[in-house]
Ligand binder design. Structure first.
Ligand code: XMP
Length: 509
């Protein structure tokens, strides 16, 4: 099904919730012509939230020809108002606003069937639908929205003024499911097993009897992408793991041993630590570090591919690109370059390979579900994301082997204690950052110390686009701090980063 993005933050969330209901969803921009949307043959369409009113200057318009066919449509918030207007209802230009938690008075119908009276929902709107279009039954109201939900079961169309996709709307997921299953008549068939079957068939069709290469980073995405391709074409796949010397303790071994044991994939390991560290010597600028790593990664990888090519001619490259990467690249809508992520924009224009991106349509949690289904080791599937440039962007200052050792030791302690506290799953990611050019005075034993601080940066997030600092229990933080200052000689101070994203990013560089 399609989610038409009217420009607010909600479209990704809606797409995720629809997928949680086991229905495949894709996001399309509202500027896409209706004919193009329909050419995708959607089983249903959801119109997302957007500006707070259809009367807002510059508010995107909805092409009413969308309703000239019988595709089921669900309008949410802005999409609800736009739908009401397009179908001949009335949107009152009230100027009054309703933001945040509101109690809904449901009046039966299919969408809100059997839901409790006085249901808390999340609203964010200026104007309201005053009169529902002909054929629609009004099924709910709220203090600020006389028409807060409507439905036309014959035409398979419905809409709500509130946001069912956000966690603050209790029962929101049930409402979305009611639309998908009961109004649009869809079935929950989009399961990890089915996704794997579809992808395996597609990869086989794309690759035929050609040879394929895949760069493994040690992260979840490339591990799952490779396992999926391996399932499809077996021995035609060779993986290359570039050890750039910027990995955390135990990571290279995990890829070399556990992963190969679990999958039986042919793996070529390239130890390129000296090359990377040589190029990074003395470099302190974050973007320069990133560019050097991106460039050297591609060079090392290409050299490995050329070597392999002598034995087998390689035509395809597997990439673990995820759906948020695709959405955020936005087909050239020109978002600001905050950081040069190494695998987007890092590929040369004259790339020798055709790409295979089997995770292109998936979110991170879906990739993990696929990893489980494919039988990958749990520790690998549940690993927190780790950036391609590795510890280089967690050392603030120049990178060298000694500093890397200090950070590895501190990072390992933080990871061990988080795991011991049973909180791994509550935290999206837990960077530990070494402020290598900062020193502070401390006292240990009877002596003065003059050591480096490390920063703990545990964050919670759904997709890394936004994040909040994790409220880890103080005793866990205390244990980590004590162990780091006791066990890592060069570190005499541990600080906690309590910045959300925005304004901070997750990584410090
Ligand atoms: P930021 O720091 O931008 O990070 O909030 C968002 C997420 O992306 C990860 N990250 C990267 N991942 N290559 C990657 O593969 C990169 O260059 C890169 N930079 C940041 C970061 O760890 C977080 O999960």
């Amino acid at each position: 099904m399609l989610v038409v993005d009217f420009g607010a933050q909600y479209a990704q969330l809606i797409a995720r919730r629809v997928r949680e209901a086991r229905v495949y969803s894709e996001i399309v921009p509202h500027s896409m012509p209706v004919a193009e949307m329909l050419a995708k043959n959607p089983a249903a369409i959801i119109l997302s939230g957007g500006p707070s009113s259809v009367y807002e200057p510059g508010a995107p318009s909805l092409d009413p020809t969308l309703f000239d066919n019988d595709v089921p449509v669900f309008g949410i918030c802005y999409g609800f108002q736009a739908m009401a207007k397009a179908l001949g209802g009335e949107v009152a230009h009230t100027g009054s606003r309703e933001y945040g938690r509101t109690l809904l008075t449901a009046q039966g119908g299919t969408l809100l069937r059997e839901l409790p009276e006085g249901l808390p929902v999340w609203m964010s709107h200026g104007d309201s639908v005053a009169v529902a279009p002909a054929g629609f039954a009004v099924t709910a109201s709220s203090p600020g929205a006389p028409v807060a939900a409507f439905e036309d079961l014959t035409a398979k169309r419905a809409g709500v003024q509130f946001h069912p996709e956000v966690a603050h709307t209790e029962q929101g997921q049930r409402m979305l499911e009611r639309f998908l299953y009961d109004i649009a008549g869809l079935a929950p068939t989009w399961t990890p097993g089915n996704i794997i079957d579809d992808q395996v068939a597609e990869i086989r069709r794309q690759v035929g009897d050609k040879q394929v290469i895949c760069g493994l980073s040690g992260g979840v995405d490339s591990a799952v992408a490779a396992a999926l391709v391996h399932k499809a074409i077996g021995d035609q796949l060779t993986c290359v793991f570039v050890d750039h010397g910027l990995l955390r303790a135990g990571e290279a071994e995990q890829v070399e041993k556990d992963y190969v044991a679990a999958t039986g994939i042919r793996l070529k390991v390239v130890d390129a630590a000296d090359v990377f560290l040589g190029h990074l010597a003395g470099v302190t600028d974050p973007e320069q570090k990133r560019k050097i790593i991106g460039r050297e990664f591609i060079r090392t990888f290409e050299a490995a591919a050329r070597e392999l090519d002598a034995e087998r001619h390689i035509e395809f490259l597997v990439q673990g690109t995820l759906y948020p990467d695709v959405v955020e690249s936005g087909g050239g809508t020109g978002t600001a370059n905050i950081k040069s992520h190494h695998n987007v924009g890092g590929l040369p224009d004259d790339l020798q390979f055709a790409l295979i991106e089997p995770l292109r349509t998936l979110f991170k949690d879906e990739v993990r579900a696929l990893g489980n289904e494919l039988g990958l080791p749990e520790e690998m599937v549940q690993r927190h994301p780790f950036p391609g440039p590795g510890l280089a962007i967690r050392i603030i200052g120049a990178v060298d082997p000694d500093r890397l050792e200090i950070l590895r030791a501190a990072d390992l302690i933080a990871r061990e204690e988080l795991t011991a506290s049973g909180l791994d799953r509550d935290v999206w990611q837990f960077p530990v950052v070494l402020l290598a050019d900062v020193r502070s005075v401390g006292v240990q034993g009877d002596g003065r110390t003059y050591g480096h601080p490390v920063v703990l940066r545990p964050v919670s997030s759904e997709d890394a686009m936004t994040a909040d600092w994790s409220r880890l229990p103080y005793d866990v933080i205390a244990k980590i701090s004590t162990r780091i200052t006791n066990e890592v000689r060069e570190v005499n101070r541990v600080v906690l980063d309590v910045t959300s994203k925005p304004p901070g990013t997750i990584e410090w560089e």
